[in-house]
Design a protein around this ligand. Structure first.
Ligand code: DGT
Ligand code: CA
Ligand code: CA
Ligand code: ZN
Length: 580
């Protein structure tokens, strides 16, 4: 159990104690311990063998020490287990609802003895929440909205979380003799912006005989972080990982691995359409093979390529398998040649210690050069972003001078001097035009007043786009996955204006942003608007996030030509200054 998991358990205990109406001193002792453990550089797991060391941690007393020792001995915290018996585990889910704290949950419990999401939702719909002390109609409406939001995002995970766990599993399983290939399938392979559960396919000689399959399964069951087993069969194991993710692992014989990959990559809609095509051609298609209907003889199963070829289709990359026209395009040889990570020649949205970044100009430029880029840009924040120590006109000018001086000394990479300037509430930009004019690249972004109404927000963005200094719109919709919706605005109108003024749209590669998303990128392409794929790095290590962006671009059917930072340095710099 790592510190994060322990802290979560302690926070939950504190919330449950509060629901139970226990004294605030006791409640606070659990929260303090959780905070201390979250911030602890060493792992509690390494300290419990010498319990005295636990007492040296600020915020952990004798009682909490005993709790932690017991946690590692018996696997639970007594108060946590007892309270869950009393209130049922569904109570923990209620705590995840935005705005529904222990006090309100306690109120609901004492009035109605309801402790689960469905129950609370029903009460709210029946108007029974508004009558509780200190509650009203407004609270009730907010609660219903929060439950709806929770349902929408619950059980889905960001791409980097899913990929991180998949990478660990791949490495772990490849270590077993007899395992030759371990491949993620499902939504992760298709690069969907969030992932529900992980689908991992395993093949090799070890997957042929029941006995060796058993060995692989046994190894899998001691995967670190495996929390509980959901289902277990001869060639399939489903388990829940500590981070909440469900993982489905399937063991498959090598001869039908391609058919399995095709089937379990999905999407379901793509598979349904593909099966219909197969049937029309006299074949059946399932997870084992593509076979002739008349004699059930397999005609393709070892690789996906064979299967698509037998169906008279060009190979369809996983990112396109959503039944959005890809099968028709593959049949007529009109699939686009999708952009690839190696097409990107520069990353042009980066922050440094001058504002809220963690590295210097030199360090960022050096890291970009090491990645093989031909160019990069430093684009720190402007003053409206006060908490990020944003730049004033004067500081911005001094900063670009410094960037240029450093750029001159750097060999093998061109360093562009730019800014990520805030779009103010009325659509004007946060720095003077005379300053912006001197920049190589101006990224205009909304970082404030997300609650404006649709018409105001649209006007605001249109005005920013019409500023002759604007090169591109940063993270254009402002959405944050699993957290915050896009602000409302008329994207069509914005894209029309962008096409007219030759202002590009950013594809921000942060896994929590992926903004523009795949659907909107496709729309941008229809409007003839060019894209710039950036990382928005605040640290040298963030530059590797670029592949998440490229994956979304591929899902949007974008080719190299649709993306400006595939251009050589000179042409790219011109496009930023004068439009493409
Ligand atoms: P997720 O997990 O919600 O992010 O999305 P997927 O696409 O990974 O969906 P999942 O895990 O339910 O299934 C993985 C793939 O397996 C899915 O993309 C297609 C295939 N599959 C699963 N169940 C069915 C089914 O009932 N019919 C068909 N045709 N395919 C299925
Ligand atoms: Ca899945
Ligand atoms: Ca699944
Ligand atoms: Zn930004």
């Amino acid at each position: 159990m790592d510190n994060k998991a322990i802290a979560t358990l302690l926070y939950e205990t504190a919330d449950l104690l509060e629901i139970d109406g226990q004294d605030s001193f006791r409640v606070r002792s659990y929260r303090n311990a959780a905070e201390a453990i979250e911030a602890l550089p060493q792992q509690v797991a390494d300290l419990v063998s010498e319990p005295k060391k636990l007492l040296e941690i600020q915020g952990i007393g004798k009682g909490m020490q005993a709790n932690l020792v017991m946690l590692f001995k018996d696997g639970h915290i007594e108060a946590h287990a007892e309270l869950l018996k009393k209130y049922r585990p569904s109570m923990l889910e209620l705590l995840k609802i935005q705005g529904l704290g222990p006090k309100t949950i306690a109120l609901i419990w004492s009035a109605y003895q309801v402790s689960d999401l469905e129950g609370v939702e029903k009460l709210a719909r029946e108007g029974k929440i508004r009558t509780l002390p200190r509650m009203g109609e407004k609270h009730e409406a907010k609660l219903l909205k929060a439950i709806e939001d929770y349902r929408r995002i619950a059980g889905r995970f960001l791409l980097d979380v899913a990929e991180g766990l998949a990478d660990k599993l791949v490495e772990y399983l490849l270590a077993v003799p007899g395992v030759e290939k371990v491949t993620p399938a499902g939504s992760l392979r298709r690069g969907r912006e969030t992932v529900g559960d992980l689908d991992i396919l395993v093949t090799g000689k070890g997957c042929i005989e029941a006995e060796s399959r058993q060995k692989i399964t046994e190894h899998l069951l001691s995967f670190p972080g495996l929390m509980d087993i959901i289902a277990q069969g001869d060639n399939k194991v489903s388990f829940r990982h500590r981070n909440g993710m469900q993982v489905d692992v399937r063991l498959l014989p090598p001869e039908s691995f391609g058919a399995a990959m095709q089937y379990f990559t999905g999407s379901k809609a793509h598979n349904v359409a593909l099966r219909q095509r197969a049937l029309k051609m006299g074949f059946t298609l399932n997870e084992y093979s593509l076979s002739r209907v008349e004699d059930e003889k397999p005609v393709a199963r070892k690789t996906e390529e064979e299967i698509y070829a037998k169906l008279k289709l060009d190979y369809i990359p996983p990112e396109l398998r959503e039944n959005l026209g890809e099968i028709e395009a593959a049949a007529t040889h009109t699939l686009p040649e999708l952009i690839e990570l190696s097409d990107i020649r520069g990353d042009v949205h980066m922050h440094t210690v001058e504002t809220d970044g963690r590295n210097t100009i030199e360090e960022m430029a050096e890291a970009a050069r090491e990645r093989g880029y031909e160019y990069m840009a430093i684009t720190d924040h402007s003053k409206n972003l006060a908490f990020a120590n944003g730049l004033t006109d004067e500081r911005a000018l001094a900063h670009i001078e410094k960037i240029r001086a450093i750029g001159k000394k750097m060999k093998g990479i061109r360093v562009l001097a730019g800014i990520e300037v805030d779009i103010l509430g009325d659509g004007s930009l946060d720095l003077s035009d005379s300053v912006l004019e001197q920049m190589d690249i101006v990224i205009a972004s909304v970082h404030s007043l997300f609650n404006q109404d649709r018409a105001t927000m649209t006007e605001r963005l249109l005005k920013a786009i019409s500023n002759p200094n604007t090169s591109l719109l940063g993270h254009p919709t402002g959405r944050q996955l699993l957290r915050r919706d896009a602000y409302p605005f008329d994207l069509d109108a914005v894209l029309k204006a962008a096409a007219k003024y030759r202002v590009a749209m950013e594809l921000n590669s942060y896994p929590e942003r992926l903004d523009l998303n795949d659907v909107n990128l496709r729309l941008a392409k229809q409007h003839g608007v060019k894209i710039v794929i950036n990382t928005d790095s605040h640290h040298t290590s963030h530059m590797e996030k670029l592949h998440y962006g490229v994956t979304q671009a591929r899902r949007a059917w974008l080719a190299k030509d649709d993306v400006l930072n595939t251009l050589p340095a000179q042409a790219f710099a011109r496009a930023m200054k004068h439009g493409w």
